[in-house]
Design a binder for this molecule. Structure first.
Ligand SMILES: C[S@@+](CC[C@H](N)C(=O)[O-])C[C@H]1O[C@@H](n2cnc3c(N)ncnc32)[C@H](O)[C@@H]1O
Length: 199
């Protein structure tokens, strides 16, 4: 079983990662995204929700000496917390935590609460990591990520969706693939389930 401790060792962290039970991404998801990051060295990483994953992705950019993370965070207190943690780990230069309050967006005649993108620079995204907004907020909470950020994804991008063992995530991936048939999805059966999409 993968642990935060083994991840800390593998990524040369000099202290324990701050982890909030049930809210931080699970170690096996963090291993998946960090392995991808170290092997493929994406230049621009965007993540939906900040926290432990921001530290892990930033550490990969530091180790590779390439790449930058833009982390969308709707909760101001969590945004400030992640900023402090990045400072504490001397990783601030690798990650911008963007306060992105949830706003009403309309897609397919449906309303969703999703991140305001006013402060996200106009970047081409090589790696998109989706671990928010929280699933309890609404049906298909993370669905807007692909329809909204799709135009900003690089041709050879990768998308990681956490918590994909849930029926809600399984259903929203079907919706994604219907709307974006150029993507292929691979399901990885880990602690909480993960979809990896590529085209
Ligand atoms: C699944 S969490 C984000 C996890 C993040 N990717 C990580 O690895 O730590 C999704 C969102 O829940 C919110 N959140 C984080 N910790 C929380 C807590 N203890 N209670 C309520 N909401 C929390 C934050 O807004 C966060 O962006």
């Amino acid at each position: 079983m993968l642990s935060y401790q083994s991840l800390e060792n593998d990524l040369n962290f000099d202290k324990a990662l701050p982890v909030t039970e049930h809210w931080s991404a699970a170690p096996d998801f963090l291993v998946l995204i960090s392995n991808y990051c170290l092997e493929n060295k994406p230049l621009t990483i965007v993540e939906c929700s900040s926290g432990t994953s921001s530290l892990v992705l930033s550490q990969c950019c530091k180790l590779s000496q390439t790449g930058h993370v833009y982390s969308l965070e709707n909760g101001e207190e969590y945004m400030l917390q992640t900023v402090r943690q990045l400072e504490d780990f001397c990783l601030s230069e690798f990650c911008d935590v963007i306060h992105a309050p949830l706003v009403d967006v309309r897609l397919d005649d449906e309303s969703f609460q999703w991140y305001a993108l006013d402060d996200l620079p106009d970047v081409e995204i090589d790696m998109l990591v989706i671990d928010g907004p929280p699933g309890f907020l609404q049906k298909h909470s993370r669905y807007p990520a692909l329809p909204i950020l799709g135009q900003r994804l690089a041709e050879h991008c990768v998308v990681f969706l956490d918590d994909a063992a849930r029926a809600d995530e399984q259903a929203l991936v079907k919706r994604w693939l219907k709307g974006s048939p150029d993507f292929q999805a691979e399901y990885i059966e880990n602690e909480r389930g993960c979809f990896v999409l590529k085209r």
